[in-house]
Design a protein around this ligand. Structure first.
Ligand SMILES: *Cc1c(COP(=O)(O)O)cnc(C)c1O
Length: 248
């Protein structure tokens, strides 16, 4: 097929225009979560809105109230960073999804301007590869890193086991040796309904230190803050229920 006559940049996102009411509702959702979070944890508590599967115009509706968002899928994240960069809008992202080693180069290449942090790092292999990729792509600022901790030790959970504190400390040390990476803190997903996961991560955090203790999502963010969370990742309570395409 030949290029279309008007050479508009091809966007994976269909055009979308939100009504003022719809925009206001998103801002209200976010501010409601923020107020609840801060009522429990004080002004230092951060709310990271998780925008996966949601149209970039829904993210834009929260500007300038909120400028940093969480995304789970590398391709979708890169498409969104590109969307805002093309429009000259300052929107930054933290990657909170499962990090496959073969996607690291893409993140390093396309995240140079808008990727602030990766929250799901759990091995020296990934740390080394990430640092090398950033160097290759000549990053001029360090990329933030949170180590993902497995606090439930269930079969399917990823992260460094919470009870292997030595392994966690050695990765914090390794991060300290990388000029282009900056250790920020710890994150966990935890088993749904198991609030003890938060207590376990809090205990590890007290041992290893850091600025960010990322735990809690829509269903349990208040409980997580009571148990020491400094950052909650809230998706559906801000943006609404997610629709995933049915896979055939
Ligand atoms: C999707 C997701 C969230 C947000 O989940 P909600 O229940 O919609 O708030 C938070 N953290 C991670 C790692 C996620 O993948």
């Amino acid at each position: 097929m030949s290029a279309s006559a008007d050479d508009a940049p091809s966007s994976p996102f269909p055009p979308m225009t939100l009504t003022d009411e719809a925009k206001q509702e998103l801002v209200t959702n976010y501010e409601t979560v923020l107020a609840k979070a801060r009522a429990i944890g004080g002004d230092a508590v951060n709310v990271l809105p998780v925008s996966k599967t949601k149209h970039p115009e829904m993210i834009a509706a929260l500007l300038p109230t909120c400028t940093v968002f969480g995304e789970n899928y590398v391709q979708e994240l890169c498409d969104k960073m590109n969307y805002f960069e093309e429009r000259g809008l300052e929107v930054k992202f933290n990657f909170i999804g499962a990090l496959q080693s073969n996607k690291i180069n893409k993140l390093a290449k396309e995240g140079k301007n808008s990727l602030l942090r990766i929250d799901t790092v759990s091995s020296s292999k990934v740390i080394n590869k990430l640092s090398n990729s950033l160097a290759t792509n000549e990053w001029s600022r360090p990329l933030g890193v949170c180590l993902q901790i497995d606090t439930s030790l269930e079969d399917s959970k990823s992260g460094i086991p919470y009870n292997d504190v030595e392994a966690i400390k050695s990765l914090v040390e390794l991060l300290g040796e990388k000029d282009n990476l900056e250790y920020k803190g710890l994150m966990t997903i935890g088993a749904p309904g198991d609030m003890e996961c938060f207590d376990r991560l809090k205990a590890v955090f007290e041992e290893v230190g850091g600025d960010v203790l990322s735990m809690g999502m829509s269903g349990d963010f208040e409980e997580a803050i009571k148990r020491g969370s400094t950052e909650v990742r809230v998706g559906s309570t801000v943006f609404g229920k997610r629709d995933y395409p049915v896979k055939s």
